[in-house]
Design a protein around this ligand. Sequence first.
Ligand SMILES: [Fe+2]
Ligand SMILES: [Fe+2]
Length: 363
Amino acid sequence: MSQGNVTELISHIITALSNCSLYSEEHPLVGEFSEKALRVMEGLYSNDTLTLTLLGDSLVFNDNPITDKGAHISSFKRKLKRKGIEKIIIRKGVGFEEFKKFIAGVASTERVASSPRISVGMVEVRFSSEGADVGALLNENITKVKGIYQGIAKFKRLDMVSLEDAVAGFITTLKRETNVLRIVSPVKSYSEYTYVHATNVSVLTIFQAEALGMKGENLHDVGLAGLLHDVGKMFVSKEVLEKETKLDLEEWNAIQRHPVFGARYLATLSDVPKLALITAFEHHMKFDGSGYPDTKRRGRRQHIMSQMVAIADFFDALRTERPYRMAVESTTVIQFMKEATGKDFNPLLVENFLYALKKIRAI
Ligand SMILES: [Fe+2]
Ligand SMILES: [Fe+2]
């Protein structure tokens, strides 16, 4: 077996999946790349079957670990982890329609069903929360995010599986309770702030992205980006972050470095989507080019996702009581947001957020 062919197969699958998430199952590119994948598969069967197994962080094809560390392979591993898929067995004779159904299943946020010639082995626990009530789901999510953040603080490691689980949990919760303001949690103590805020920003960013029509895989990336936007704060001293009095210049500079610290940290991890890195770096940049890090001279403009994270970040940060000020009412936050439209925030995205809140009668 040539590893090159397996890499080619996976890159076709990834392209079909991305187009399916971005457009629909019926998009011509989904068909085109499904066909390409099927053609490559012809040369890869062993005993008329082809098996892909995810073992921890390694992907195994038939019995051979895939050594390629390219972007398609890590993206494929991430997708499998995200869906809780441990094994895929494809049998010779699989047809175009059946394969396309499989692609649509993986691209969706639902469970992937097995079909006559494609067996999908899934981790059961991943979908255990389907029957739980919203309150229980929320607590479960917060506990997960707390664990992830504690892991970063102690070992500087990121538990991607829990992270993916948490985001899947937010998406499910938002389906159940459409009023996003009932999902975003209050912060009960200052020590909770970091991960409760991360959770809220993730939920509020997913909410905006859904209102813009994003779905499936893309929503997951958005959720991850929201969850990790402030990860750089783990590298700023607690005394500075929790200081109740006015910050001096040096302390303020330390805080302003968290986007760079965050992006730098995420860049060291191979299975974090690039979008998370971008939003961590850009979420304090502003629509009019001001803010920090200062990249004006290089002409860098904020990515649209960073603009959405910035809206979520502002909304949640003001709603929450902090050591140095009281919480602000949602209606007042919205007033502030409107005033800063066009300067701090992208007007179209503010409109999208407010319209979506009105539609669910949250405001
Ligand atoms: Fe931040
Ligand atoms: Fe933040």
